[in-house]
Each structure stands twice: as C-alpha cells, then as structure tokens.
Design a binder for this molecule. Sequence first.
Ligand code: NAI
Length: 253
Amino acid sequence: MSPSRPVALVTGGAQGIGLAIAQTLLDRGWAVVAGDADTDAADAAAQALAQHGPVHVEPLDVGDPGAVARVIADAARTFGRLDGLVNNAGIMAHAPPEELDMASWERVLRTNLTGAMACAQAAIPHLRAAGGAIVNIASTRALMSEPETEAYAASKGGLVALTHALAVSLGPEIRVNAVSPGWIDVSRWGNPPGARAPETLSAEDHAQHPVGRVGDPRDVASIVAWLLSDAAGFVTGENIVVDGGMTRKMIYA
Ligand code: NAI
C-alpha cells in the first residue's frame, strides 16, 4: 500500500450513493474503507470495488458505537492514516406523525444523525493528524418536505446543523461539509448485482428538473470527492445542494 495515498471511510458504502462515492474516490487515487450493515451487499461490493483500487469492505452498523470505534481504528491501522470520513449511511421511515412508532423514530435518528456523530468522534484524532475532512450526506428534505417523513427530515436537518457545529469546533485542522442530494436514482446501484429492479423513470420525472433529468449517484460522488480534496480548502460548514435545481423552482399551483 502506498503510504502517500489518502484514505477515506465511507459508511453505507456497499450500495447506492455510498458505492458511487467509494468507486469515485478509488478512481481518483484514494484508498477506501467501506462499512455497511448489509453483509451480502458488502461481500458483493468488495469484489466490484477491488477492480478500482485498494479497498476494505467491512460489516458496520453505524448505530453501534463499539463497531464504529473498531472499524475506524482498523481502517487507520490497516492503511496507516485516515484523511476523509463520508457519513453516508441513511434510512427512511414513512408514517403519519400521529401514528409514527417511536422505535422507528429512534432508529432513523440513531442511524442518520447519531451514527454520523459517533463516526466523527472516533475519526477526529486521525483526521486531525492528517489535516482531513468530513462530508455528511444530508438531503434536500432537510429544507423541504413531502407529508409523513418527520423522522427523516428531522435527522437530516440535524445533520446539516451538526455539520456547521463540527466545522467551527474542528477547524482549522478538519473541514466539515454536507451534501444534500435531491432525487437520485439508486436502482442500478444495488448489491449483489440484480438485487434491485431498475426503476423506470418517466419523461415527466426527468423534465420537471431544471437540468432536465433525475440525478445519478455519481452526481453526488463527484461533489463529495471535491469537498474531500485540497481544491475545497476554503470551504467548511457548508451544505451543498445537488438536486438538479428542484429546490430553486417555485411550484405554486
Ligand atoms: P441505499 O439504500 O441505496 O444505500 C444505503 C446503504 O447504507 C445500504 O447499502 C445500506 O445497507 C446501508 N446502511 C443502512 N443502514 C446502515 C447502518 N445502520 N450502518 C451502515 N450502513 C447502513 O440509499 P441511498 O439512496 O444511496 O442513500 C445514501 C444516503 O443518501 C442516505 O443518507 C440518504 O438519506 C441520502 N439521500 C439519498 C437520496 C436519494 O434520492 N437516493 C436523496 C437524498 C439523500
């Protein structure tokens, strides 16, 4: 392993946006540790990602602080450094607010928000030593909502606030930013291959976006790679919206 290669941990890195982030970072010369709670997906991702560069894919539930500490210590020991943390693992819950089961509220908050804080906490000494960066994958649902998504919206709003709080606490050694994706079609980014049915998107699905299309996981990954790089050295505490312009479009009927 080249000691000069920067190293990133990507949570939820076996599928979807996290898989695209892991692949993009490997293609740009990073070594990657991807942690994922889905062990079948993790096994398949390990094979696919190995073609792109040095990678370890580990079972990881970000809601388990002991597992988080172990995986981050292993990553730093295996590769000798840790330069980037991408808090990408996330889950959704749909329910009318008066019926929302509080156990599912807590599961969503534990994964999407507490998990990100636990990963940041365990990574801080390594990131500080490397002069590294954190990117939190939030959502445009931190800024706008459809009905019956309270737990998810609250978790992502919390993640945007956590981002600027950490940026102020951890500078100047560590930069911390968020990326808020809009509609990203992850249906072709499942693992093992074939595990997901590719979604059929309509012309209207695409055309409603000011850029004329639904997003691809690589649209998010390229912004994450930029935020982790020195090219973004004067950017911290920001939330970059990657949604094809949807949150800038007035939709009054
Ligand atoms: P996905 O479901 O395709 O992939 C998420 C991955 O995270 C899966 O491999 C899953 O096994 C893993 N995961 C779930 N819980 C975990 C846990 N506790 N510990 C570790 N890994 C865990 O989801 P997608 O769409 O790629 O989402 C990735 C991130 O992007 C999430 O934070 C999501 O909220 C966010 N996002 C996605 C959007 C979209 O349109 N796809 C839009 C806005 C935000």
